[in-house]
Write a protein that binds this ligand. Structure first.
Ligand code: UDX
Length: 449
């Protein structure tokens, strides 16, 4: 077996992960391949297809040396004996399991291509989140090959967008699941060696395939559940006069609970949380565990309730009608430091505002190209890169994404540009509300009076 690495899928996972692997393994060739020519061209340009702090530097340090981006999928499969699959596995929108199960068509297509093009034994590493027990089906597809053997490993990604490079360089843990027979153990060792180039050995965990796949779903479900729990408290705080920031501060100091993922807000977005929790719900139902399925499903309903509540409170604060009013959304990305808008709370809020016949203005430092696509179905939408211009004539600003640039805006200038009375709704709790009130704003915030 050779030491070279291919990755099918040049997206949010494949791109950054392979760039770091290449940088830390200068003796291995790393080939990232994708059917999308435009995406590959972007990876080969100065304008990478995704925004991720630190990514440019890592890509520049090894692109053309041992890191290559191309559309030659067959060539990469032949050249490399370790093949990562990082294609997307969105929630199914049709057929059996629609709305819950993962759509595995891209994964299956990738597996079939590997089996067709392989010229020898290969280690296949699943990077995409897959519902537990699908590695089995993948192995079944791969094993249709008459001569070569394929060992399927699960190596779930725990990196978060916006901090992907930092997460990759200094991961809490790297998880590798594989078959527990002799061949499986050898494959696990081969993959451990890739990460051991920079990750301390004690942080590389090896398990069986099912534990590894399940751990990924479980980790995301636990994090999503924390956000839904804190958001459920935010609603109760608003009703009672408690302050969620204070409550979360108290919770976080309990060592058993810890301070992270206690930030109340507009609800979680991103490519993983909703999809993985829905997957878990589907799995539970499949095994007849309806109580468990209902429990996890409520994590999703709580998230949706948060976005509805934000719009309902806005309507109430603007004298029970939004018709014809100009509402500015500050931030469309699902969180700061990414242009990604998958499952972004801003989209749900925009849809609800549109139902109220509001005129919507959207501003964001990185996500406007995605916003344009996501909002194409709505009328009365304006996209405006400059936040001051977005505020012009607006009745309300909903601060949706915790971008640093919004913390440091000249809020007096923003206030001057708006129609009065001017409302600001800080759904992320990042602004100084007393200071804003002193400027003349009416204020709302999630979980606070
Ligand atoms: C997540 C997981 O963290 C990562 O391990 C997994 O592999 C992919 O999914 P990501 O979606 O990039 O990563 O973002 P993350 O930082 O986890 O945030 C998810 C969502 O939760 C965001 O919408 C964020 O705004 C929200 N969030 C997070 C809160 O509302 N409150 C918090 O306290 C933390």
């Amino acid at each position: 077996m050779n030491r070279d690495i291919a990755c099918i899928g040049a997206g949010y996972i494949g791109g950054p992960t392979m760039a770091v692997i290449a940088q830390k393994n200068p003796d291995r060739k790393v080939m990232v391949v994708d059917i999308n020519q435009a995406r590959i061209d972007a990876w080969n340009s100065d304008n990478l297809p995704i925004y991720e702090p630190g990514l440019d530097e890592v890509v520049k340090s090894c692109r053309g040396k041992n890191l290559f981006f191309s559309t030659d999928i067959a060539g990469a499969i032949k050249a490399c004996d370790i093949i990562f699959v990082g294609v997307n596995t969105p929630t199914k929108t049709f057929g059996e399991g629609a709305g819950y199960a993962s759509d595995l068509q891209y994964w299956e297509a990738a597996a079939r291509t590997i089996s067709q093009e392989a010229n020898g034994d290969k280690i296949v590493v699943e990077k995409s989140t897959l519902p537990v027990r699908t590695a089995d089906s993948m192995a079944a597809v791969l094993h249709t090959h008459p001569e070569h053997t394929f060992t399927v490993l699960s190596n779930p990604e725990f990196l978060a967008e916006g901090s992907a490079i930092r997460d990759l360089l200094d991961p809490d843990r790297v998880l590798i699941g594989g078959p527990q027979d002799r061949r499986g153990k050898a494959a696990i060792k081969a993959l451990v060696d890739v990460y051991a180039a920079w990750v301390p050995r004690r942080r590389i965990l090896t398990t069986n395939v099912w534990s590894s796949e399940m751990s990924k779903l479980a980790a995301n479900a636990m994090l999503a559940q924390r956000i839904s729990s804190v958001n459920a408290f935010s609603a109760l705080c608003e009703a009672t006069g408690a302050d969620i920031q204070e409550v979360a501060g108290v919770l976080g100091m309990d060592k058993r609970i810890g301070p992270k993922f206690l930030q109340a807000g507009p609800g979680f977005g991103g490519s993983c949380f909703k999809k993985d929790v829905l997957n878990l719900v589907y799995l539970c139902r499949t095994y007849g565990l309806d109580d468990c399925a209902d429990y996890w499903e409520s994590v999703i309903s709580m998230n949706e309730a948060q976005q509805k509540r934000i719009v309902a409170r806005t309507v109430k604060a603007l004298f029970n009608t939004l018709a014809g009013k100009r509402i500015a959304l500050f931030g469309f990305a699902f969180k700061a430091n990414t242009g990604d808008t998958r499952e972004t709370p801003s989209l749900t809020v925009a849809n609800l505002l549109a139902e109220e016949h509001a005129q919507i203005v959207v501003t964001d430092p990185k996500a406007l190209p995605n916003a344009e696509r996501d909002l194409a179905h709505l009328q009365n939408i304006t996209l405006e890169p400059d936040p001051y211009r977005a505020a012009e004539g607006a009745d309300a600003i909903l601060l949706m994404t915790e971008w640093d640039c919004y913390r440091t805006l000249d809020w007096a200038r923003v206030y001057a540009a708006m129609r009065k009375p001017a409302l600001i709704f800080d759904t992320r709790n990042i602004l100084d509300l007393p200071a804003l009130r002193a400027l003349g704003f009416n204020t709302l915030a999630v979980g606070r009076a």
